[in-house]
Structure formats: structure tokens, C-alpha cells
Ligand binder design. Structure first.
Ligand code: ADP
Ligand code: MG
Length: 725
């Protein structure tokens, strides 16, 4: 067979039975498969979760309070008990000795430690040294078992309980795999220029440096190289997709200098912010080019995305094409419909009826016609609408995902706007794009009010161009946020909250009360909202007019509740997270969120964004006990800032990128070592390199090894795409 250096593709062809020590252990092989480790490649890219540097080990005798230290010791004694406090805690205390002295170790709420560390066990303890009753101790240290390893740097691998697979097992299998590659060495997919430019070690050294390093320096050099490889694969896939779309899809060159858009700006009651102007300029450039636009608009709540969207839609309409706007919920679609129809009153299409013009057969001087399509649109209305869409009488269609159904067909769809992107997947985005006329791909603008940090956006939305609305319209008074540290039932602490609501309503303002989030159960959430509605109506807010809105209500009732609130016929809207996105009632100045510590930062930020939309000062009350450290950190961040991008950074810190990637990217979880937080600058560099490579070699035919690796790591979805292009 082959005797050149071994490629990753080849390693992926060997299953684990080639590892001698595993051959006779089918149960372990099965267990590894469950963990996603099926091939020699999987095994070699199962990296240690940490490395222990034995040279940094300290003697108990030398420890000083305040030190962050690592000691290797033997458990002399261990015992556990329950404390008396409320709620009770388990407290496990142990004495460990290393010949130089004894150290007290305590674990809170980790009762299982008693069984994990019976007397006589040898282990490494990492943690901060402090003093307790005059003695040195370590509280809640990290514990690792290193067996009788003698090397200076010891890799620690993920372990498994049943069947038992220890870090040492994994280490020995990995070593066996590495031994098998030794003779031929590993193939190098990355062009030498980049290896030199960034001073990377080669693949062979990188894997060795990760799995059997001689120094911590080896580990960091290896990590740097492997992180780059991971990020480059993701970026190559995204950039290939982006460039292929640009190459293969034929865009519409829109008329960007027409009257309609200009008259729209003139009719606005306010000047555009400079951020809006900048973003509109980005979009205008896209619309006028032969490439179809594929752009993400990030803008914090209230930054004025609607105006930007409408101006793009009108650019399509003034050239005789149609626009479509898709929102994630009925409430939002209806609200956009009402709001945009208002913005467009008095605007008229003035096209050219001549033969061959896109306006041919249409009244060329008529009001812009906007229609709404949701699941509630009756069959009869749908039929009428279908006709008006295919003959071009409807200029702008607003709706929910009902828009992407097969039956919906346009005469000439020119611009598509998708609001609140995180609720829609890539497939839905593509489905709408497919609705363009023969051979013409509509321009697509995706809008999100959930800002994500730049490097994360490059990874999650790396196939889109990105524009940011980073400025709020002037005249907004910042929202004052207060955290009331109370469990929801602790009514006393809540008194100031309800007094404030009453006072604001007394001044003609309105308020929202958001009920506790019940994960996974809309039904429980609805009943909790109903309870809150009853209780507030009977007790705390007895004199006010309350409305109720939750996801289990019939659509007519939902709409009625929204309408009553919008028109000021109710004072307080008691709601679930149904109101999370987009709801726009400028007269509302108070937002109360119950059990706020249960919500994620992005959600809290969205909810808070429902107030502060007018010129009046608004208030947000977060009620929650802050039971978990993360919950506490989230609420503190909310009090600290109203800047969505700052909050997004905090969120990324707290949750890690796993969740972020997980939400949208099934196939793109190749990031085993790379972190979108720690490795920011490498994300940027990998993206640059990906552009350089793809722009010089659009199908990577001169970089077969890289191309093969993208398919290997990124799954079928991405690989399919590469084959198609
Ligand atoms: P988003 O969708 O980004 O949350 P909207 O488009 O709903 O924000 O705009 C929020 C509010 O700000 C709306 O009431 C809108 O009329 C108003 N608005 C938008 N642009 C401006 C501007 N340039 N100056 C003043 N007010 C604006
Ligand atoms: Mg909006």
C-alpha cells in the first residue's frame, strides 16, 4: 500500500481493533464508540483534558496560605457528615500526607468523595491553600489520580466509569497508535508558508507534544498548531460555501437609486442614525451588485433594524421586484405587518408599465401593497393571496415560516429579510432563497437582536457578511435595572416593585410582568403565568387592568391580548417569554421578571429590551434569589450594563462556546481544543488564511489533503456541500 506519510484520512480508515491492547476488549471498544471514538484518528484527536507538570509539585511543609498549589499525597483519613445549616450540606474532610506533613482537605456537597478516596489512595490535589482553625487546608480541590507514572509531564485523559476506562488506559492506547505512525510520520496538509509564518510545529510533533510531551513548552506549541488546524477546517468550510454561493448563484442587480427609497427616508419622523446609514450603505452596495447578498445584521434591541430592513425591501420593490419578511412567531409577524404598513402609508410605487418592464401588466402608480401570511390566514384568503403574489400585485409579503411552504410562489422575489435568525435554521434560510424567479437568487438579509462576539460570529455565521448596528437612536434614557434578591414567594421584598408599577400606571404608563421560565414545558409555564395573573390581580395589583399572554392561548386570544395592551386598554401584561422578541409598545416603561435567575443572559437582555423604547425613563426589576453562582453572575451583569455586546461576552465566558455552537451547528463541532474565547486571534488568522487559500484555489484542488480533512471532521452536511460545488 501507501508508504508516504500517513494522512488523517488514512487514520480514519483504521478501526480500533488495530490497537493490540484493545483487540480482545469488545466492551471497551463499544464504550469508546459511544464516546465518539471509533477510529485511530478519533483516538489520536482525543486530547488530554489537562497535563500535570510533576516538576511543579510542592511539599505540604512548604505550602503558604494563598498559594495555588499542587501536592501529591496519600489519604490518611476521610469522613463525611451533614451540616446543620439550611439547606443542609454534606461536608467531607480528609487528611492527606506526603512525608513532609499533613494537609486538611474539605469537600462541600461532594459526598461521593468519601468513596472515591478511601484511606490509602494516592492522588494529586490542586487548589488554593487557606487556613482553617489555625491549620493549612484546601477546600474543594481538583483531584486527579496519576497512578505510578514517572514522566515529568503527565497527560490526563477523559475517563469512563462503566466499563471502567481510566486515563492510563487511554494514554496507553494513544501511545500504541502513535507508535504505529512513527515509521511513516504524519502527512502535512498545511502549506509551508503558513507553518513558517506562524512558527508552527509539524503534525507529527504536534500530536507527540500533546500526548507525550517532554515539557509544558511542547504542550503549548502542540496546542497552538492543533487549535489552528481545527479553526482552519471550520473557516475553510464556511469560506468555500460563501464563495461557491457567490460564484454559482446569479443575483439581481437592484435599482438602488430609485425614488421609492428616497421618499421613504424623507417621510421618516427622525433622521437615520449614523450606524443605520453605514449599514444601509453596506446593503445598498450588495443590492446593486451581481452577487446575491447574504448578510447578517446584528443590532441590539431597539437599535432600529426595522427601518434598515424596510429600506432594503423597498429597493427591490422600486425595481419591480417583491420583498418578503419572515418572523419567528405570529405575534411578531403581525406586529411587523402593522408597523411596516404604517411606515409605508402614502408611499406609492411608480414604475414603468412598458412592455418588457418588470411592471408590465401592473398598475404602475399605486400604493405599496403589503400582505400578511401566517398559519391563521384562511384558505380562501390564501388562494387570493397566492394569485396576487404570482401576478405581482403584492409588493411585500410578511409572515411566519408559512412563507416557505411550497405553495407560496412569487412573481419576482428580490429581497428576503429574515428576522431573529436564531430561531431559524440554515435550511429555512435556503428554502426562502430558493423562491426567486428562474435563475435569479434573491438578496438575503438576516437580522438578529442577539449580539454575539465578533469571533463567535465569524465561526457561527462565517458564511455570511456581517454588519453591526452599534448605536441606539438618540434620546433614549438608559434603563435602570435593579436586582431584588428574593425568591418569588418572598412577598415582602417585592413590595417596592409593585408600588413602582402602580405609580407608573398612575402616570399613564404600562408594565410587563414576565413569569418564571419552565424549561421544556409550555403547559407548566402557562399555568404558572395564569397563577401569577390571578394572584397579582387579586392582591398586589388589584386596582389595575391586567392582561394575560402565554403560548398555550388560542391565536385570536393572543392577538387580542397584544392588541389591548398596545392600545393601552390594559395596564399590565402578565406574560411568558412569548414577548421575548420584538414586541414594541413604547408606552411600556416597567419590566418585571420573576425568577430572573432561571433565564439566560440573552433572554434577559431581550426581555429588558421591551422597555426603554420611548423617551421616558424605564425600569427593569429582576426578582430572583441567585441560587447558583452562574445565576448570580448573570444578574450582576444585567445590572451592570445594558450593552448587548458586553453581555454577549459575559455569556460566552459563563456558558462556553459549546452551547453557542450547539444551537446551530450540528456538523461543526470540530472544536475540541480551540476556544472562541481564548483563541480569538487565531479565529481571525484562520479566517484570513482560509480566504487566501480559497481565493487562490477555489475548489482546493491543489490542497487535496486539506479538502479531505474538512469532510472528515465536519460531517456530511458540510461535505455534501463541497461535493456539490
Ligand atoms: P429593533 O428591531 O432593532 O429592536 P426597531 O426597528 O423596532 O428596533 O426600532 C426601535 C424603535 O426606534 C422604533 O420605535 C423606531 O421607530 C425607533 N427608531 C428607529 N430608528 C430611529 C432613529 N434613527 N431615530 C429615532 N428613532 C428611531
Ligand atoms: Mg425588531
Amino acid at each position: 500500500m501507501n508508504d508516504g506519510p500517513i494522512t488523517y484520512a488514512e487514520l480514519a480508515d483504521y478501526d480500533l481493533s488495530v490497537i493490540g491492547a484493545l483487540k480482545s476488549h469488545p466492551k471497551k471498544i463499544d464504550r469508546l464508540a459511544e464516546l465518539g471514538i471509533e477510529t485511530v484518528l478519533d483516538l489520536l484527536t482525543t486530547y488530554p483534558r489537562r497535563h500535570i507538570d510533576r516538576s511543579r509539585q510542592e511539599l505540604i511543609r512548604d505550602l503558604l496560605p494563598g498559594d495555588q498549589a499542587m501536592v501529591l499525597g496519600k489519604v490518611a483519613r476521610i469522613s463525611g457528615r451533614r451540616t446543620k445549616g439550611r439547606p443542609p450540606k454534606t461536608l467531607v474532610t480528609a487528611e492527606i500526607g506526603d512525608g513532609s506533613g499533613y494537609l486538611r482537605i474539605t469537600f462541600f456537597n461532594q459526598g461521593w468523595r468519601e468513596h472515591q478516596l478511601p484511606a490509602g489512595t494516592e492522588a494529586v490535589f490542586f487548589g488554593k491553600v487557606d487556613t482553617f482553625q489555625g491549620r493549612k487546608q484546601m477546600a474543594n480541590p481538583v483531584v486527579d489520580f496519576i497512578g505510578d507514572k514517572t514522566g515529568r509531564i503527565i497527560p490526563l485523559y477523559p475517563q469512563s466509569e462503566k466499563p471502567r476506562i481510566t486515563s492510563d488506559d487511554v494514554a496507553s492506547w494513544v501511545q500504541a497508535a502513535i507508535a504505529k505512525t512513527e515509521k511513516r510520520g504524519l502527512a502535512e496538509p498545511l502549506p509551508e508558508t503558513y507553518r513558517r509564518q506562524y512558527d508552527f510545529v509539524d503534525r507529527t510533533d504536534a500530536l507527540k507534544g500533546m500526548h507525550s510531551p517532554d515539557s509544558m513548552g511542547d504542550v503549548s506549541a502542540a496546542r497552538k498548531r492543533l487549535v489552528f488546524d481545527e479553526l482552519l477546517r471550520v473557516q475553510l468550510a464556511l469560506v468555500l460555501r460563501k464563495r461557491a454561493l457567490e460564484r454559482t448563484a446569479k443575483g439581481i442587480v437592484h435599482d438602488t437609486s430609485g425614488e421609492l427609497v428616497r421618499r421613504f427616508y424623507e417621510a421618516l419622523p427622525f433622521p437615520l442614525t449614523s450606524a443605520q446609514q453605514r449599514v444601509i450603505a453596506d446593503i445598498t452596495k450588495d443590492l446593486g451588485s451581481t452577487y446575491p447578498m447574504h448578510r447578517l445584521l446584528q443590532g441590539d434591541v431597539g437599535s432600529g433594524k426595522t427601518v434598515v430592513a424596510v429600506s432594503a425591501l423597498l429597493a427591490a420593490i422600486q425595481g419591480g421586484h417583491q420583498g418578503a419578511l419572515m418572523a419567528p412567531t405570529e405575534v411578531l409577524a403581525e406586529q411587523h405587518f402593522l408597523g411596516i404598513r404604517d411606515l409605508l402609508t402614502d408611499l406609492r410605487v411608480t414604475g414603468d408599465e412598458q412592455e418588457g418592464s418588470l411592471f408590465e401588466g401592473l398598475a404602475a402608480d399605486r400604493p405599496v401593497r403589503v400582505e400578511l401570511l401566517t398559519n391563521r390566514t384562511t384558505a380562501a384568503n390564501r388562494r387570493k393571496l397566492a394569485e396576487a403574489l404570482t401576478d405581482g400585485a403584492v409588493d411585500l409579503l410578511i409572515g411566519t415560516h408559512a412563507l416557505i411552504e411550497d405553495k407560496v410562489a412569487f412573481r419576482s422575489l428580490g429581497v428576503v429579510v429574515i428576522d431573529e435568525q436564531h430561531r431559524f435554521g440554515v435550511e429555512q434560510r435556503d428554502a426562502l432563497r430558493q423562491k426567486g424567479a428562474e435563475g435569479a437568487t434573491p438578496d438575503v438579509l438576516v437580522m438578529t437582536a442577539t449580539p454575539i462576539p465578533r469571533t463567535a460570529a465569524m465561526t457561527v455565521y462565517g458564511d455570511l457578511d456581517v454588519s453591526v448596528l452599534d448605536e441606539l437612536p438618540p434620546g433614549r434614557t438608559p434603563i435602570v435595572t435593579t436586582w431584588v434578591r428574593a425568591a418569588s414567594a418572598a412577598e415582602e421584598a417585592q413590595q417596592p416593585v409593585w408600588a413602582h408599577v402602580k405609580e407608573q400606571v398612575g402616570q399613564g404608563r404600562q408594565a410587563y410582568v414576565v413569569c418564571p421560565l419552565v424549561e421544556e414545558s409550555e403547559k407548566l409555564e402557562a399555568s404558572s403565568a395564569e397563577e401569577t395573573f390571578e394572584r397579582l390581580g387579586a392582591v398586589e395589583l388589584a386596582d389595575l387592568r391586567l392582561g394575560l399572554l402565554h403560548g398555550r392561548m388560542a391565536s385570536v386570544d393572543k392577538e387580542a391580548a397584544m392588541r389591548e395592551f398596545r392600545e393601552g386598554r390594559t395596564d399590565v401584561l402578565v406574560a411568558t417569554t412569548v414577548i421575548e422578541v420584538g414586541v414594541d409598545v413604547p408606552n411600556a416603561t416597567v419590566m418585571v421578571i420573576l425568577d430572573a435567575d432561571r433565564f439566560g443572559i440573552a433572554q434577559l437582555h431581550q426581555l429588558r429590551g421591551r422597555v426603554g423604547r420611548g423617551a421616558d425613563a424605564s425600569t427593569c426589576w429582576l426578582i430572583g434569589a441567585g441560587i447558583t453562582p452562574d445565576g448570580e453572575a448573570r444578574l450582576e451583569a444585567m445590572v451592570e450594563t445594558t450593552d448587548g455586546f458586553v453581555l454577549a461576552e459575559v455569556d460566552l465566558e459563563l456558558r462556553g462556546e459549546g452551547t453557542l455552537m450547539g444551537e446551530r451547528q450540528k456538523g461543526r463541532n470540530d472544536l475540541k481544543l480551540a476556544s472562541l474565547r481564548r483563541d480569538k486571534e487565531w479565529v481571525v488568522r484562520a479566517r484570513e488564511v482560509a480566504f487566501e487559500l480559497v481565493d487562490a484555489d477555489p475548489d482546493l484542488s491543489d490542497h487535496q489533503a486539506l479538502q479531505a480533512e474538512i469532510g472528515l471532521f465536519l460531517g456530511d452536511e458540510e461535505a455534501d456541500f463541497l461535493l456539490k460545488s
